[in-house]
Design a protein around this ligand. Structure first.
Ligand SMILES: [Zn+2]
Length: 159
């Protein structure tokens, strides 16, 4: 199951990637709606939008699409659970910024991590494991942010 989300749903797109789902987003541009419809159709992605007109256009073309009703992120995720039965297992799998696959950083490549100003020296010394996005170079680790994500999805599972 793959998605493409409109710009209004950028946060939802990042969460879907964290949950391991291939989710494209596109930047602000002319003919944004046309591009979204084209991507959804060509790559067989489910179009996610809050725009009813866009969703109607997609469905008319035979493209899978879902109109997101809620504005809060947790509610949006619950909607997708009901509609598509998405799983709530966060994975170190996909870059939450650009949707490309991420992979573990090998010991010989620690230079790639060290050069990021958002990586604290303590983390480098404590044997923290790192992942890197091949496409945009973003570095990830399972820190407080990760714990927070896991806690939030655990709560969703109970609903
Ligand atoms: Zn990336």
């Amino acid at each position: 199951m793959k998605f493409v989300a409109d710009r209004m749903l950028g946060r939802l797109a990042r969460w879907l990637r964290l949950l391991g789902y291939d989710t494209l987003g596109i930047g602000k541009q002319e003919n944004e709606d046309d591009l979204l419809l084209e991507l959804a159709g060509k790559e067989r992605r489910i179009l996610l939008s809050r725009d009813e007109i866009l969703i109607r256009r997609a469905l008319k073309n035979g493209t899978a699409a879902y109109r997101v009703r809620s504005s809060g992120i947790m509610e949006q995720l619950m909607e997708l659970k009901k509609e598509f039965d998405i799983g709530f297992e966060p994975e170190m799998d996909r870059c939450s910024l650009c949707n490309s696959p991420i992979r573990r950083v090998k010991p010989a490549e620690m230079g790639l991590v060290r050069e990021k100003d958002y990586v604290y020296p303590e983390m480098l010394e404590s044997g923290t494991e790192f992942w890197i996005c091949e496409a945009c170079g973003q570095v990830y680790w399972q820190g407080k942010h990760w714990e927070n994500i896991k806690e939030r999805v655990e709560k969703l599972k109970e609903l």
